[in-house]
Design a protein around this ligand. Structure first.
Ligand SMILES: Nc1ncnc2c1ncn2[C@@H]1O[C@H](COP(=O)(O)OP(=O)(O)OP(=O)(O)O)[C@@H](O)[C@H]1O
Ligand SMILES: [Mg+2]
Length: 343
């Protein structure tokens, strides 16, 4: 679990680095305009790492692309508010968003190779970001690129800066992506499954590096993953998404010891653990429904072992504050005794 000092989740903080309020995103699909992110609210305070977790299709990437201003302008509709370091970005024209991206907020993706250009050296690709945002000379920017490659642990950075992405391993490419993301010292780093494609040892090194850079560069992190084990290692707070909605939002230790949403309980049960070594990993039966199949009532009920006819299938379930800054979207909250990792 995170070694950071214990934090309390503030009810209201105005200096949040990222503050998303009631964000909804719709895409134009064969089913008409379809909402895939539904009234999502989340905050990332200064210096804090917030995990955003949920199974495939829950809306994590779409939420983060909205925060980067990277959703396709045609074919998507965004409503609600996204503030980065206090500045509203919903509705901002691309000419202004491109000055915020890389400077205030950066993102690293699961597949670094797809984001790197095969035809430029890694040094040039980092230097280009510096030049664009800071107006530095070619020479200064390249020197900064070398420093940054060194900072992300690329050995022999001066020479490796002149190499092309295909000359790097997957793990090293991810370090290069991190160098590009961090070179202008953003206030917020969004990491979308940054280690999922890496093998376990490389994954651990990458997580360690991100923690070190976070302290050195004083950056807040929104860490997206479907792996609660990684969340335990990296995050101070966590927001759990299911079928486009936030279902639970809390401090990481509270989630692990005392989950309040049955979906969180299900995700915890699926964590590989020393105690269950050799035992079959449990996973939640069924799958996240497609956005056009979301019920008006509890979206998790079809997979929930605690679902009750007449309670969970009657009306939309709201995300309710439960004290201590926690929020839970379950009509049976308070009636259930859910199992955390200690249970
Ligand atoms: N451009 C798009 N057009 C239409 N639907 C989309 C588009 N992008 C994403 N979606 C849909 O939005 C929903 C949320 O997708 P998203 O990629 O945010 O999920 P995710 O939580 O990041 O999942 P994963 O863990 O697989 O990365 C999915 O149903 C997906 O099919
Ligand atoms: Mg995703």
């Amino acid at each position: 679990m995170s070694t950071a000092a214990p934090l309390s989740v503030p009810e209201r903080v105005d200096d949040d680095i990222l503050r998303i309020d009631n964000l909804s995103v719709e895409f134009h699909t064969d089913h008409g305009w379809t909402r895939v992110v539904d009234e999502v609210s989340l905050r990332v305070p200064p210096g804090v790492t917030v995990g955003l977790v949920g199974e495939s299709g829950s809306g994590k990437t779409v939420t983060s692309l909205a925060a980067m201003g990277l959703l396709p302008p045609r074919g998507s509709r965004v409503s609600g508010s996204i503030r980065i370091a206090g500045r509203e970005i919903v509705g901002l024209p691309e000419s202004q968003m491109s000055n915020i991206r890389g400077v205030d907020v950066s993102m690293v993706f699961q597949e670094p190779r797809r984001s790197l250009s095969p035809s430029f050296t890694v040094g040039d690709q980092i230097a280009e970001v510096v030049r664009r945002h800071q107006g530095s000379s070619k020479r200064e920017s390249f020197a900064r690129a070398i420093e940054m490659l060194d900072a992300v642990g690329i050995p022999d950075a001066r020479n490796r800066a002149k190499a092309y992405p295909h000359e790097f391993s997957g793990g090293m490419c991810q370090r290069v992506m991190l160098a590009i993301a961090m070179v202008c010292r953003p206030k917020l780093l969004i990491a979308d499954e940054p280690t999922t494609a890496l093998d376990v040892t490389v994954q651990r090194e990458m997580l360690r590096l991100m923690k070190d850079l976070q302290h050195e560069y004083d950056v807040s992190i929104l860490f997206i993953t479907h792996d609660l084990g990684v969340v335990a290692e990296m995050c101070d707070q966590v927001t759990v998404m299911y079928a486009g909605q936030v279902v639970e939002s809390t401090l990481i230790d509270d989630l692990f010891e005392d989950p309040r949403h049955p979906y969180s309980e299900g995700l915890l049960a699926a964590i590989p653990d020393a105690r269950t070594k050799g035992a079959r990993l449990s996973s939640i039966p069924g799958a996240v429904p497609a956005p056009w199949d979301w019920p008006q009532t509890c979206r998790f009920q079809a997979r929930c072992e605690h679902a009750k006819v007449g309670r969970c299938d009657v009306e939309p379930i709201v995300l309710g504050g439960v004290g201590g800054g926690r929020a839970v979207r379950c009509v049976r909250d308070g009636e259930l005794s859910l199992k955390g990792l200690a249970g």
